[in-house]
Each structure stands twice: as structure tokens, then as C-alpha cells.
Design a protein around this ligand. Structure first.
Ligand code: PAF
Length: 283
């Protein structure tokens, strides 16, 4: 069963009927990546809350807030299709029509996770992670989930949310779910639809480069400095916004005692930034 609520009053009334729930926050325009989060949530909870809200606070002034795809009807039918495989389950879709439902006037706190939010993606998009942390905090307060599910494609976002929950002692389990890719290797993203056919062909460079670096690493910590030299050469192509190796657990550039590392990348094609990462165990 799928229930759509479009005001916070309706959301809270509905929430009062359920006890432990899972929660999947999204900005809509759903693809298989989002559906994999919902599927996991439905295997763990009978009732799952699913938000669809294009959060104005996480877009910079020159970003794509206005043209971000809004496809509620199609999103609901995808959710409905999946939910039919879980006959005793309920999915409550919270899709507020008016941003004021989420951010009422005079309720203007800003949640900022220091350090993590100003590095890498946060350096290129100042304020972005504050916008993300602020909306997720607000949604957590309204929805009070036991577990919330995030895609690991936005690995830095996942780290920011995890840190926020830890810092604020929120009793919410954060589950990260693997990236879903097209056959070409391109990580699924709502923004991929901005790519023209030529850009789509070029886009495979991102996953191919990440794989190439993993191959060079060959599971060995000692190979990281060589891999970083190769990365420096790759970065001569100015399409790369960044390509970095970081410790998966601490997000630090210091990988001298890392057991698992994440290679994070953004490759820009026109105005579309292709965000991707891959993780690998090292010894
Ligand atoms: O990953 C997203 O879609 C968004 O950043 C999130 C977590 C739903 C917050 O608006």
C-alpha cells in the first residue's frame, strides 16, 4: 500500500499510527538506485517513509534547482510497482507541495557539520552540505526513523549525515547502499538525463578511470603514492573537478594506515557534473 501525504500535518498524523519505521529521503525523479534503497528498507520494515522533496537549501545560486526534474506521478508508480512485491507493507510518501511545509518561516536553524562539509565536493559547492544536513536533520525530526537509507554514490554526503547523527546523538541507524550502474559503468543519477548522446558516450571515462586506478593499486597500500602520481597526470584533463584517494572511514587524505580507501571523482561534461566513487580494501 502506498499513501501520499503532501503536508506536514498529514505526515505527523500518519506517523503517529506507526512505531518503528525505515526512511528513504530523496529528491524524486527516481531511478533504480533509489528503488534499491526502498527495497532494502522494505526488507527490514513493514512501514517505510519515503520523502520526495527538492530541497532549495542545497542548491547554489547558479545551480539547477529550477530545472531539477520533478516527476511525482511517475515516481509514485515506481514505488507502487515495487511495493506490490511486499504485500503486507506500507510506504508513506511525503512530498510536500510547498517548501514551507519543511522549512516554516522562523524555523531557520542551520545544521553544519564542520570540516567534512567544506572539503572536496563542499569546496566546489559552498553551503551544499549545510543545506543537505539541515534538510535531513529536519526530516529526521519529523519522521523519527529507526533506520535511514542513503546511496553510497554520494559518499561524502553519507559521511556528513553519519557525522551529524553521531554529533547530535540522534538514535538513527544510517545504512549506505551500493551504487547502481548502467551497463556502461555510468553510475545512475537523476542528472544523467542532462547528457546529450555524445556526452553519454564520453561519460564512461569516469568509471573506467576509477577501475584503472584500482588496478594500479592492486590491493596494496604501498601502491597509493604511485596511484597518486598517475592521478596527477589524469588531472591534466580539466574536465575533472577532482579525483582523490581518501580513507573510507575517516575521509582523510592520510592513508598510511588505511584498510579501505575510496577514490572519489567528479568529471564535468558541459554543466553536468558526474559524481562517482569506488572503494577498495588494501593491505
Ligand atoms: O541525496 C539526495 O537526494 C539529497 O541530497 C537528500 C539526501 C534527499 C537531501 O535532500
Amino acid at each position: 500500500m502506498v499513501i501520499l501525504v503532501q503536508t506536514t500535518a498529514q505526515l505527523l498524523a500518519e506517523r503517529a499510527k506507526n512505531s518503528k519505521i525505515g526512511f528513504v529521503p530523496t529528491m524524486g525523479n527516481l531511478h533504480q538506485g533509489h528503488i534499491s534503497l526502498l527495497e532494502r528498507a522494505l526488507t527490514e520494515y513493514k512501514t517505510v517513509y519515503f520523502s520526495i522533496f527538492v530541497n532549495p537549501k542545497q542548491f547554489g545560486p547558479n545551480e539547477d534547482f529550477a530545472r531539477y526534474p520533478r516527476t511525482l506521478e511517475n515516481d509514485i508508480s515506481l514505488i507502487d510497482k515495487l511495493t506490490q512485491r511486499f504485500p503486507n507493507s506500507k510506504v508513506v510518501v511525503y512530498s510536500p507541495k510547498d517548501p514551507q511545509e519543511v522549512f516554516p518561516e522562523n524555523a531557520d536553524q542551520l545544521i553544519s557539520v564542520w570540516g567534512l562539509s567544506t572539503e572536496l565536493e563542499g569546496k566546489i559547492r559552498p553551503g551544499h552540505f549545510d543545506g543537505v544536513a539541515t534538510v535531513v536533520h529536519r526530516l529526521f525530526k519529523l519522521i523519527k526513523p529507526e533506520t535511514a537509507y542513503f546511496g553510497l554514490k554520494d559518499y561524502q554526503q553519507y559521511m556528513v549525515i553519519r557525522q551529524m547523527v553521531k554529533d547530535l546523538n540522534m538514535a538513527i541507524k544510517i545504512t549506505g547502499m551500493p551504487i547502481i550502474r548502467e551497463e556502461s559503468g555510468l553510475a545512475l543519477s537523476s542528472r544523467n538525463q542532462y547528457l546529450d548522446p555524445e556526452q553519454k558516450n564520453t561519460s564512461i571515462i569516469v568509471s573506467q578511470t576509477l577501475k584503472q586506478i584500482i588496478k594500479k593499486l592492486d590491493g596494496k597500500r604501498d601502491n597509493i603514492s604511485k596511484a597518486r602520481e598517475i592521478i596527477q597526470e589524469i588531472l591534466n584533463d580539466s574536465h575533472w573537478n577532482y579525483l582523490e584517494i581518501r580513507d573510507s572511514e575517516t575521509f582523510s587524505l592520510n592513508t598510511t594506515s588505511s584498510n579501505n580507501i575510496t577514490i572519489l571523482a567528479v568529471y564535468q561534461l558541459g554543466t553536468t557534473r558526474l559524481l562517482d566513487n569506488m572503494q577498495v580494501e588494501i593491505q
